[in-house]
Design a protein around this ligand. Structure first.
Ligand code: SF4
Ligand code: SF4
Ligand code: SF4
Length: 323
């Protein structure tokens, strides 16, 4: 039997939902384990220490998956160590590949974020505004430290060399299966690419009029939010007036959100060849708004358009860096 592929998983600034997608493989995980072994999985599964990774031989892991964005100096440190230990490094999930929803934090400064998170939430009682400090002396003798908070969110590829990206928040389990199959069989795309089937969400969406009847798309004659009413089942959401990012998003999820009558919000990441997902979304949606009245409706319904269009990808965008 061929030697098993050694996998590593490392969670940085994320919620571990990406790693739950591996567990979602369910009974297929049993088949997968015939081909792979888990060499490292922290901190979600095993409570290991920095040393456990640092002391591994370089290239001891065949394929490492890192999920979560980069916000702390600890994230940078661990990403660099994992880079040395892994032959192939994958930015796993949209936080790691593009910055994710947490990347929107880069639109605010640290003081604003700390005040919101540690003082002004309805359930926080902190009238003196005591915030986490990187160093603290407790009882005059216990010197405690916390990882330092960096000014902006970065994606993994802005810190270390990344071999492949996988989109999704989290990646759909069937996509995880396809990615592991590609790794096991060596059928990988060029370095730096997304591991994707290359189809857009619209390509796999049962509501797509082009897929159903060969119709051409038409314009958006109004803008609605899902709180404005219940969208019709089976009809394209864009054509009903709901902003759906299906045309510009990788569809490896199988159009999951559309199955529950919800517009695609773009977690799959950009289609191959697109450098700035948010700019592509602005351009595509902007080009089908019927007239100024509909454009004004969009601004009224979504007052923070940068957060709307760059929901998952702000730190990766070219446009935000120029603003
Ligand atoms: S991509 Fe989504 S599921 Fe994965 S770590 Fe980020 S927030 Fe969690
Ligand atoms: S725009 Fe949305 S609803 Fe319409 S076909 Fe594409 S994914 Fe489906
Ligand atoms: S439909 Fe869009 S937002 Fe929903 S899971 Fe798929 S890529 Fe993500």
């Amino acid at each position: 039997m061929a030697e098993k592929i050694k996998l590593g998983f490392l969670l940085l600034g994320g919620c571990a939902g990406c790693e739950m997608s591996v567990v979602d493989l369910s009974e297929k995980l049993v088949d997968t384990l015939e081909h792979v072994e888990i060499a490292f999985w922290a901190p979600t599964v095993a409570d290991v220490k920095y040393d456990d990774l640092e002391n591994m031989e370089d290239n001891a892991i065949d394929v490492a998956f890192i999920d979560g964005m980069i916000r702390l100096d600890e994230h940078v440190h661990m990403a660099k160590i994992m880079r040395k230990k892994a032959k192939i490094l994958i930015a796993y999930g949209v936080c790691s590949a593009l910055g994710g929803t947490a990347g929107l934090g880069s639109l605010h400064d640290k003081e604003e974020l700390f005040e919101k998170a540690f003082k002004n939430t309805p359930t926080t009682d902190n009238p003196d505004g005591v915030y986490p400090q990187p160093e603290c002396l407790v009882d005059g003798k216990y010197d405690l430290t916390l990882p330092k908070y960096q000014d902006k969110v970065r994606l993994l590829g802005q810190v270390v060399d990344v071999d492949y990206n996988i989109g999704g928040c989290p990646p759909h389990y069937s996509h995880v299966e396809a990615a592991i199959t590609a790794l096991v069989t060596g059928q990988l795309p060029p370095k730096g690419s997304y591991i994707t089937n290359g189809k857009a969400v619209c390509d796999v969406c049962e509501r797509n009029p082009v897929n159903k009847e060969g119709d051409n798309r038409t314009m958006m004659y109004r803008v609605l939010r899902t709180v404005d009413g219940v969208p019709e089942n089976d009809t394209c959401l864009l054509l009903q007036g709901y902003v759906c990012f299906g045309p510009m998003t990788q569809g490896d999820c199988g159009a999951s959100c559309l199955h529950v009558n919800t517009p695609c919000r773009g977690c799959g990441g950009p289609l191959p060849g697109v450098e700035d997902y948010g700019a592509q979304a602005i351009s595509s949606i902007g080009s089908i708004l019927k007239d100024e009245t509909v454009t004004a409706q969009l601004k009224e319904k979504y007052p923070n358009l940068s957060k709307f269009f760059y929901r998952y990808s702000l730190p990766s965008g070219i446009l935000p860096k120029k603003m």
